[in-house]
Design a protein around this ligand. Structure first.
Ligand code: ARG
Length: 468
């Protein structure tokens, strides 16, 4: 028995009289997925070791040995030569065991004043912080791609919809800028999540802190944390930073999904507003004519998967008493998959948007249908002195007459239009024109091409100032 235990001994197995059941070992192990944290685990261990040395808890020679050993381990991991073992449960124990194999005694001193509970919370925050920095870059690339397309289409007219019915003419640039606003807010949210993530758990140890004279600020500075987690129980147990990340990711995916829905509609031959580059589409194995917008459809589908991860993490936390519980090991796979899904999606979409081919003639033709300038006619009558409600009614009657005859409002002619209101003058046909309609919406937030160009310039300046 002693032999059996020593061969495959866990760091904690001295307390136990029989080895862990094989299935239980696999059930409780996390090394298959938490090895993604390895380089952050090493970084945090080096900062911890340097602090232990600075307060005299380990010697300078111990620190030197730990640094040497960790450098070798990092190399092994990067080369794919590290022998991960499920017997050693998780990333932390795998690395610590290897360190001790390589450098002996100093490796055994590393875990002084530390627990895997504050260690894993630290690693996860470091990993997420780096991931958020990538996410912010990707969001900036996507915004830039949208701005480029918006700039090229600042004056391109298409119908704006409400209830998916033609409502009023707008510019395609303005439409795209709506998505830039959404992704800009997503970036703001991720920046806020980053700052709450960027706090140091180490020093909390298992849950109650430690009796050693540690210097937590030393570690925080070395790892670039903005602050310490102020309460040791909270530091090791809460995962709200991961939940917040998944919430922000869910919102960003929701925005991508809305854009996807529009791309699918716009690309339908029935609508034909745009074409996506072939590299983002697939064909059909049976119907030779098909070119399907698979990428936006998948993004729409993957949005549900990310929402699922958010709900998984919320549910994971809701029943946990203070402080650390093993439930928390289940935080990683949803978080990692959320980050992978969002990262791939944003990366692909920046490229996909850059490859959109616009068909302005189809957009304009669609805007000319559906009486999209009816509101402009009502506004014209108001400018001539009619109360808006009366103007609305007069135009509604005109629209009905035009629809019955199968013509648009301008085609009714000035004389017929005057039959619905004596205020109609010879200048009425101008207000029924698409270009005049969009140009007249000339205020901050409006669709006039000049406003679209100004908004694009403001967004570009914001992105440049953010260094993105
Ligand atoms: N693998 C664990 C996790 O992901 C590390 C912390 C384990 N701590 C413990 N006392 N069992 O949460």
């Amino acid at each position: 028995m002693t032999d059996q235990l020593s061969k495959k001994s866990q760091a904690w197995s001295a307390r136990f009289s029989e080895p862990v059941d094989e299935l239980v070992k696999r059930y409780t192990a996390s090394v298959d997925f938490d090895r993604r944290l390895a380089l952050f685990d090493i970084e945090a261990s080096l900062a911890h070791a340097a602090m232990l040395e600075s307060v005299g808890l380990i010697g300078a020679d111990d620190l030197g040995a730990i640094r040497r050993g960790m450098a070798q381990i990092r190399g092994e991991i990067e080369r794919g030569a590290f022998a991960w073992s499920v017997d050693l449960e998780d990333v932390h124990l795998n690395i610590e065991k290897r360190l001790t194999e390589l450098v002996g005694e100093p490796g055994k001193r590393l875990h002084t004043a530390r627990s895997r509970n504050d260690q894993v919370a630290t690693d996860l925050r470091l990993w997420l912080r780096a991931n958020i920095d990538d996410t912010l870059q990707l969001l900036a690339s996507l915004q830039r791609a949208l701005l480029d397309l918006a700039e090229a289409n600042a004056g391109t007219i298409l119908p704006g919809f409400t209830h998916l019915q033609v409502a009023q003419p707008i510019t395609f640039g303005h439409h795209l800028l709506a998505y830039v606003e959404m992704f800009a807010r997503d970036a703001e949210r991720f920046a806020e999540v980053r700052s709450r993530t960027n706090r140091l758990p180490l020093g909390a140890a298992a849950l109650a802190g430690t009796s050693y004279p540690i210097d937590r600020m030393h570690v925080a500075r070395a790892l670039g944390f903005e602050a310490l987690c102020a309460n040791s129980l909270d530091a090791v147990s809460d995962r709200d930073f991961a939940i917040e990340y998944c919430a922000a990711a869910s919102l960003a995916m929701m925005h991508v999904s809305r854009l996807s829905e529009e791309l699918v509609l716009w690309m339908s031959p029935r609508v034909g507003f745009i074409d996506l580059a072939d590299r983002f589409c697939t064909g059909s194995s049976i119907m030779p004519q098909k070119k399907n917008p698979d990428v936006p459809e998948l993004a729409r589908g993957k949005t549900g998967r990310v929402y699922g991860h958010l709900v998984a993490l919320l549910t994971l936390m809701k029943g946990q008493p203070l402080a650390y519980n093993k439930d928390n090991q289940e935080d990683k796979e949803p978080l990692f998959d959320t980050a992978d899904t969002l990262g791939d999606t944003l990366r692909i979409f920046a490229d996909l948007v850059g490859g959109i081919r616009v068909r302005p003639e189809r957009m304009r033709a669609a805007a000319a249908e559906g009486f999209s300038t009816a509101t402009d006619l009502a506004d014209y009558l108001v400018r001539k002195g009619l109360a808006f409600r009366d103007a609305h009614e007069a135009v509604a009657r005109a629209v009905r007459a035009a629809a019955e005859r199968g013509v648009d409002l301008a085609e009714l002619g000035v004389d017929t239009l005057r039959g619905f209101s004596p205020l109609v003058g010879d200048d009425v046909l101008e207000v029924l024109e698409l270009d005049g309609s969009v140009a007249s919406r000339d205020h901050p937030g409006g669709t006039a091409p000049a406003r679209v160009r100004a908004a694009i310039a403001a967004h570009r300046a914001r992105l440049a100032a953010a260094g993105a």
